[in-house]
Design a binder for this molecule. Structure first.
Ligand code: PLP
Length: 418
């Protein structure tokens, strides 16, 4: 991964790169359908081999036989913190700063409300237009809930850093953009926020498990992210929350449920927050979801995140080069940064017939996704993709475009999920 490889000119070039890839054996940790090229691990990660057996064990032994005793005997009560501690090294955090709870949307609500509570005299939440919809919708909901005490300000990438001022309570951004894969300079924006007395809240949904992010080095305050994308925790897996140690005793959760109480089994009437990040728990955690997420996280044990990131970016670079070299006749426009260090682990191209093209690709066994109105999105999960998959995926794309088979009416029929 050290020397800059030349663009591949043949399939064999990429077969050769796989032979030299020290991360290649990790592919065996996944149960991938034969013959399929999966370029959507940035939406739903693939199934780790160990997950089914582990979830089966939790169902049969821990739930079936252990019943309610398993909260203690199988440490279900400690699972949210245990899995959070395993996520921590993947994002440059300490074990006691991360916990698994709720969904990403719910965690964003909790953290932003908490951040506003730390800056009660300030009235602005700052984000960018085109942020992931749930982030925008949750922020709009907070503004409505607080009845006008706070205002949501949207500023473009070019404007945002300068828009952070003494009125800003929190800057809320998605580190890697869900559509374009553009990366925010996390340390720079966080420093800028701190310089103006604001907090920074980072959505790491398209970062965790793909990039070697370092929350400590970036001086991050609060962060959260999905468990079902690059962390391979399964559909609807619970989310993770990071609260920097320095904020843990001051940050309140607006969802003051009993699992975040200092002593839930005292059953007292008055809420008293648990110490540390545990107060970010609200209700009873879903143990089956946590078990599947833990199996996904365990695949990362011993994996060098910097090497993983470098491979994901190299896969993306190879994809961009090959699409431009082999599909140049089609009306595809690169919608992601060409420079790997500016990108996450996915690459998007725009095309007016993007939806139909993606459906035709999927029918041929190359799975990516589509983001309206015209974006074809291809995710490069470094844990299980091979360089040769890039060649084969681009060759399939070339055939779909060259034959114009995507013009068949069935490819334009919209499914509820794109
Ligand atoms: C940046 C970002 N945030 C949040 C979410 C989803 O949040 P939730 O898991 O609550 O549906 C996604 C899903 O794709 C996302 O891309």
């Amino acid at each position: 991964m050290s020397a800059m490889p030349k663009p591949a000119s043949s399939r064999n070039d990429l077969v050769a790169r796989d032979a030299l890839d020290p991360l290649a054996p990790l592919r065996d940790s996944f149960d991938l359908p034969p013959g399929l090229i999966y370029l959507d691990g940035n939406s739903l990660g693939a199934l780790p081999r160990r997950t089914a057996a582990r979830v089966g064990e939790v169902v049969d032994i821990e739930w079936g036989a252990g019943l309610v005793r398993s909260w203690n005997t199988h440490d279900w009560i400690g699972a949210a913190a245990r899995v959070g501690a395993k996520i921590a090294p993947l994002i440059g955090a300490s074990a006691h700063e991360v916990i698994v709870a709720d969904s990403t949307s719910v965690n964003l609500f909790k953290l932003v409300c908490g951040a506003l509570g730390l800056r009660p005299e300030r009235r602005v939440i700052l984000t960018e237009p085109g942020n992931f919809p749930t982030d925008l919708y949750v922020l709009q909901g907070i503004v409505a809930l607080l009845g006008g005490r706070v205002e949501l300000r949207l500023r473009t990438r070019a404007e945002l850093a300068d828009a952070i001022d003494e009125d800003t309570a929190a800057v809320v951004l998605t580190h890697v953009h869900y559509r374009t894969a553009e990366r925010w300079p996390m340390a720079e924006i966080t420093a800028r926020a701190h310089g103006r007395g604001a907090l920074a809240v980072w959505d790491l949904s398209h970062t965790a498990g793909a990039l070697s992010v370092d929350l400590h080095a970036a001086g991050a305050d609060l962060a959260l992210g999905c468990g079902y994308k690059y962390l391979n925790g399964g559909p609807g897996a619970p989310s993770f929350v990071f609260v920097a140690e320095r904020w843990q005793e001051a940050l309140a959760s607006p969802l003051s449920g009993w699992m975040g109480h200092a002593a839930p089994f005292d059953f007292v009437d008055d809420y008293r927050p648990a110490p540390g990040v545990r107060r970010q728990l609200c209700g009873t955690p879903g143990i089956l979801g946590l078990a599947a997420l833990e199996a996904g996280i365990d695949v990362f044990a011993g994996v060098d995140m910097a090497a993983l990131e470098a491979k994901g970016l190299a896969l993306g670079d190879a994809f961009i080069d090959l699409v431009e070299a082999r599909c140049g006749f089609a009306n595809l426009t690169l919608a992601s940064p060409r420079e790997g260090s500016q990108r996450g682990s996915h690459v998007s191209f725009r095309h007016p017939d993007g939806y139909a093209i993606m459906q035709a690709l999927i029918e041929r066994g190359v799975i990516g996704d589509f983001r309206a109105p015209d974006t074809l999105r291809f995710g490069f999960t470094p844990l299980y993709l091979r360089f040769v998959d890039i060649w084969d995926a681009v060759e399939t794309l070339r055939q779909v475009l060259d034959s114009e088979e995507y013009r068949q009416p069935r490819f334009s029929r919209r499914a509820p999920v794109t």
